[in-house]
Design a protein around this ligand. Sequence first.
Ligand SMILES: [Zn+2]
Length: 157
Amino acid sequence: MARKVKCPTCDKLNPRDEVVNNNYNNRYYCDDCFKKKMDKVNEVGCTKQDYNDLYDYIELMYGRKPDGQIFQQIKKYKEEYDYTYEWMLLTLQYVFEIEKLPIQEDSGIGIVPYFYHKAQVYYNRIWDIMDKNDTIELIKLKKEPKKVDVNWNNKNK
Ligand SMILES: [Zn+2]
């Protein structure tokens, strides 16, 4: 028998296996309740769209919904480091698509602070060039799935 856990928001019982990623403070939420809960947790004066874009991108790249660890990182970066959702997203895109670094599952999005400012320099330079050359189209945030090599053993860099 699969262990059931009660959603703190709606009291629904869910098999733990199915909601194991919806963990916040060791409580397990349904998918919808978790997203709503995290929206609240992360509500600190920023646009919903930026937040959703970041959420979608993480889900796309990591192949799963952001878990409690990632949400806490987002909240921390936002509140303590004054990062924006938009730039966190751009930083992740920079890390995975430009630098082509592999995703380190166990550290969530802990790589963001290491590349946040580097990504800003990179994109600002590109946008600068584009401003001077209107024949080039502006970079759009890409949403199409990307193949990512997740190689667990290859951590030598
Ligand atoms: Zn629920």
